[in-house]
Design a protein around this ligand. Structure first.
Ligand SMILES: Nc1ncnc2c1ncn2[C@@H]1O[C@H](COP(=O)(O)OP(=O)(O)OP(=O)(O)O)[C@@H](O)[C@H]1O
Ligand SMILES: O=P(O)(O)OC[C@H]1O[C@H](OP(=O)(O)OP(=O)(O)O)[C@H](O)[C@@H]1O
Ligand SMILES: [Mg+2]
Length: 282
């Protein structure tokens, strides 16, 4: 089974890091290599440009891929299925125009010119809006085009908004909400190996922002302890040999840990341990 992973750029490191945390360690990942083996002899990594990955998976060069939803929509193959939202590379494709122009809505673009690195997504968006524009494909620095009279507006990626602001552009409409996805060719989506990879990556994502709490508590305080522990089903309760206390283990949202510990101490818990969770297979 082959996984296509961005070979460089901003998606490379977080993608490789996710595979590592999922236990799919790369065993011969020398730089600039096209392929890498993993600890699983049946799983190979294929490094490719983020924009090429949807086609590679669609054509069978790889079976599953990791890249932005924007790239999947732009490439547009109809034989892909999304398996997971990997929760990084979050950005928006937006329609933007110079701040000092009178443009307020997408309808103000009727008969106008739009520059973008995403001509297919852009064409479909304007068709849906029933607005007639001419689209110019550029391969970067899209934000510059309205200022050199190549376009009246752009469809481009934004996340912090800094680049738009620096180029005195303002958002007119949102075209697509994107983040990095794991997707597969439909015909292999139910294969056992694909399922294993999906489960492994999902387990890393499920563990993100979660902590494992372990504590001791007097048996009579158990109901109060359970009341205090938020989220994720009931805690695990174990007898401690030779003691009236019980050991309680629970998974808690990181954001709730501070408050929860205070509340646990108040109801009589002691020796509270907080640890990170690497993976959580649900
Ligand atoms: N500013 C951003 N914030 C968050 N995600 C982004 C941003 N820019 C791009 N992305 C996501 O990363 C993907 C890859 O971006 P891009 O193809 O521009 O690669 P890059 O990291 O800039 O490297 P290069 O352009 O050199 O290949 C985009 O398709 C998008 O999903
Ligand atoms: O809203 P912001 O946080 O400013 O991010 C938006 C910018 O990020 C991306 O460019 P990138 O930095 O990847 O450079 P590139 O054009 O070389 O791909 C994108 O093409 C925008 O220009
Ligand atoms: Mg980029």
């Amino acid at each position: 089974m082959r996984i296509a992973v961005p070979n460089k750029g901003r998606l490379h490191d977080p993608s490789v890091d996710l595979l590592e945390r999922a236990g799919l360690h790369v065993v011969d990942g020398a730089d600039r290599q096209l392929y890498a083996e993993t600890v699983d002899p049946d799983v190979t990594i294929l490094y490719a440009r983020a924009a090429d990955i949807p086609e590679y998976v669609a054509d069978g060069a790889a079976d599953v891929g990791i890249t932005g939803l924007d790239q999947v929509r732009e490439a547009g193959p109809d034989n892909l299925t999304e398996l997971l939202d990997l929760d990084f590379g979050s950005c928006r494709l937006v329609l933007a125009a110079p701040e000092d122009d009178a443009v307020e809505t997408v309808y103000d673009f009727e008969g106008g010119r739009v520059a973008t690195e995403f001509p297919n997504v852009t064409r479909r968006y304007f068709e849906e809006m029933d607005v007639d524009v001419s689209i110019t494909e550029v391969s970067g620095a899209t934000e510059l085009t309205p200022h050199v009279d190549i376009a009246d507006g752009i469809v481009d990626i934004t996340s912090t908004g800094t680049t738009l602001r620096m180029n005195r552009l303002e958002i007119v409409d949102e075209v697509l909400d994107s983040s990095v996805r794991l997707f597969a060719r439909e015909e292999v989506a139910d294969d056992q190996k694909v399922g294993q990879v999906e489960t492994a990556l999902a387990s890393v994502i499920s563990a993100e922002g979660k902590r494992y709490l372990m504590m001791n508590a007097p048996e009579e305080a158990l109901d109060d302890v359970k009341d205090v522990l938020p989220g994720m089903g009931g805690p695990t309760v174990m007898d401690i040999a030779g003691s009236d206390d019980v050991a309680v283990h629970a998974v808690v949202d990181d954001a709730d840990v501070f408050e929860t510990i205070t509340a646990l101490k108040d109801v009589g818990a002691s020796d509270v341990l907080v640890t990170e969770i690497e993976r959580l297979v649900e």
